[in-house]
Design a protein around this ligand. Structure first.
Ligand SMILES: [Zn+2]
Length: 681
């Protein structure tokens, strides 16, 4: 028995199709807007790359520009592949079409290119593909099958020796010549020839093959075939070798052939072909194949599916084709890039899940909402009592002229519509509400309505993680400050002067739980802690310009941005809402957030472009966050609140002991900031 192994047959690496999502999107658009029911074959194009690593199979890429006639292949390592698209109108038509017949049709065209000599001029025409499929445009599901047609000719090619790297066969100078020649050729010339005899080494176009056959010497065929495998050339080499075999069939001295599977890579800006593989091959013909004009050969090349079966592939892009989903992915990606590159500790899930209550949907509310969305915080509740007026849109970035006409839309409603236009994935709601205020007494007839309002506000604060105080009067901040302090919610407060702003976080209350867990914790102050008078009716006895403070337009934007950044920094701090801050940095346990320090207050002055970061501890006589107020609210509920609304101006001061304090000290200057920039808001 003969143990000698038989000749090793050359095998080619079939392309793996690689279709980008944007190709399917372009295809859907074309089908809907251009093709309609026209199911004739359409010209498309793809490309393949030489220079892959040996761990990946050679790909044929089809991307969004597949329909582009003017596509340029400018990249050194990329070669074009012409293709045809046959899109069936029904899945049945696609399923039932004769796949072998389609392949044979394409094979016949290839054979004509080979026998007519056209492919000698344009070798890349032999690297093509055929894409048959059916697109379910409603469900964004695509069934498709790639054919990379290759003619089965000659009968076989067998290895005569082990494949070797090009540098082991050719001198350095020859390798450089091959590289230079290949570099100078257009991308349509993916194959060329070397002719050598004892005296010469010359490079030729493929079209010179018939002329070279009559000369003595050795012919080497070079093909940029996209493969990175040592033993297997890529699919483009298959039809080129068929062409070669066709032309040498009656020249027995050329039935042995040297093939250079040309592989390019760019190293340090230089194109390098040193890892190309040289194979010594022998062409094996059947008697029929060396006839004067051989019959059209059989055609192969249908791609197998992911499981290796000869059947179509399917791609379901329903989740990716929905523009809303696309927006979601794009927004998420932007934030992920920040996490991947700059702030690995950033907890995007935490930010995404944070529910934010915006009390005030004016200049500050609009800008705060936009900045929150930038951070991926998409759970927003807008509260305001006003309607959009003609003066608003130029400063209040969520509103437009259309929101103003016919008395104007309620701001909370217009804000929700606007953020949904900006990003449909936002979870936003609007609530129209007049927040009850100390010193603004409630008539008996209104009491029921105000009771409901307070209950609703309590529920809104309950449902939120963060409360932004962005209203235009000082006293309207009192009730939410009290409720949020009692419910231990994060409060971010922003207020504006003409050319100054205050942005601060309210200190979290020292509940028993907090005191037990964090004995070192010192409560920071709230908006009212610095004040030595209780909030009252600030619009009483004031002229129009005093009631409606006009601010420099940039102030609200600066303050809004800082307010959101303060919140995000706070949320990323290891201690969260309980993050300490000492302006002097003397806190022993002070830990910075991954985004930096977490100030208590930021007071900015545009006239000097100066911002200071004061920090104050909570004031035990505060008219909003002191224990006596919170206890009264918790124990007596709305009865207490109505006393504050309807009672004497000194009620809060009497309760907290401020009245006593006043007797002891001189009145000091009071900050009173407002974000009101128009007559109506
Ligand atoms: Zn306070």
């Amino acid at each position: 028995m003969d143990d000698k192994p038989g000749p090793r047959v050359l095998k080619f690496e079939l392309f793996a199709s690689c279709v980008s999502v944007d190709f399917w999107m372009t295809l859907s658009k074309k089908k809907l807007e251009t093709f309609g029911l026209d199911a004739s074959a359409k010209r498309i194009s793809g490309s393949y790359t030489t220079g892959n690593s040996s761990t990946v199979s050679s790909r044929l890429d089809v991307t969004y520009d597949a329909f582009d006639d003017e596509k340029q292949h400018s990249h050194t390592l990329t070669y074009p592949a012409e293709g045809k698209l046959l899109l069936f109108n029904t899945i049945e038509a696609f399923r039932d079409c004769d796949k072998q017949q389609l392949a044979d049709q394409e094979g016949a065209l290839l054979w004509t290119l080979i026998t007519s000599g056209e492919a000698l001029e344009h070798p890349s025409m032999l690297t093509n593909f055929f894409l048959a499929g059916y697109a379910d445009l409603k469900k964004h599901v695509y069934r498709y099958w790639f054919l990379f047609p290759a003619v089965v000719y000659p009968d076989a090619l067998v290895h005569e020796s082990e494949p070797l790297e090009i540098t082991k066969i050719f001198s350095k100078e020859c390798v450089e010549n091959i590289s230079d020649f290949s570099h100078r050729l257009s991308h349509e010339q993916n194959a060329f020839l070397i002719h050598q005899d004892d005296a010469s080494f010359e490079l030729f176009h493929l079209r010179d093959l018939p002329a070279l056959l009559s000369k003595t010497g050795k012919i080497t065929l070079c093909v940029c075939d996209g493969s990175a495998q040592k033993d297997n050339p890529g699919w483009p080499a298959r039809n080129i070798l068929a062409l070669y075999a066709y032309y040498v069939r009656s020249h027995a001295q050329h039935h042995r052939i040297q093939l250079v599977s040309l592989r390019k890579r760019v190293l340090n800006g230089q194109t390098d072909i040193d890892h190309s593989i040289v194979m010594d091959l022998r062409v094996v013909f059947t008697p029929d194949q060396i006839r004067e004009i051989p019959q059209t050969p059989r055609t192969v090349g249908w791609e197998r599916d992911e499981k290796g079966r000869l059947q179509p592939r399917m791609v379901d892009l329903s989740s990716q084709m929905d523009p809303q989903k696309l927006a979601e992915q794009a927004v998420a990606l932007n934030l992920k890039l920040m996490k991947w590159r700059l702030v690995p500790q950033l907890d995007l899930t935490l930010l995404h899940g944070t529910k934010v209550l915006l009390l005030g949907s004016g200049t500050l509310g609009c800008n705060v909402a936009r900045c929150l969305m930038g951070w991926g915080m998409m759970n927003l509740t807008f509260v305001d009592n006003a309607r959009v007026s003609y003066s608003n849109p130029v400063r209040q970035s969520l509103f437009t002229f259309d929101d103003c006409i016919e008395n104007g839309l309620p701001k909370s409603q217009a804000a929700v519509q606007a953020v949904k236009r900006i990003y449909p994935g936002v979870n936003a709601r609007g609530v129209q509400m007049n927040i009850p205020m100390p010193g603004h007494s409630v008539p008996t007839g209104m009491r029921k309505e105000v009771v409901e309002t307070i209950t609703q506000l309590e529920r809104l604060i309950d449902e939120s993680h963060v409360v932004f105080l962005l209203m235009d009067t000082r006293e309207s901040r009192w009730l939410p400050t009290v409720i949020a302090a009692a419910k231990e919610k994060i409060v971010i407060n922003a207020a504006l002067g003409f050319d100054s702003f205050l942005v601060m976080r309210h200190g979290m209350r020292v509940s028993q739980r907090v005191a037990a867990k964090m004995p070192q914790y010192r409560q920071l102050g709230c908006y009212f802690c610095n004040d030595v008078v209780a909030p009252g009716n600030s619009t009483k006895d004031r002229t129009l310009d005093q009631q409606c403070t006009v601010t420099r337009p940039g102030v609200a934007m600066i303050a809004s941005a800082l307010a959101v950044e303060l919140l995000v920094t706070l949320l990323t701090h290891p201690k969260g809402a309980y993050a300490p801050f000492d302006a002097k940095g003397s806190e022993d346990d002070d830990v910075e957030s991954p985004l930096g320090i977490v100030p208590h207050q930021m007071r900015g002055f545009l006239s000097t472009h100066n911002t200071v970061l004061p920090a104050t501890t909570a004031f035990d006589k505060c008219t909003a966050c002191s224990e006596v107020i919170l206890t009264n609210y918790e124990q007596r509920g709305q009865d207490f609140l109505f006393e504050v609304f309807n009672g004497s101006a000194s009620l809060l001061e009497d309760l907290t002991g401020l009245t006593e304090l006043h007797k002891e000290s001189e009145n000091t200057e009071i900050w009173d900031l407002s974000d009101n920039d128009s007559l109506s808001s």
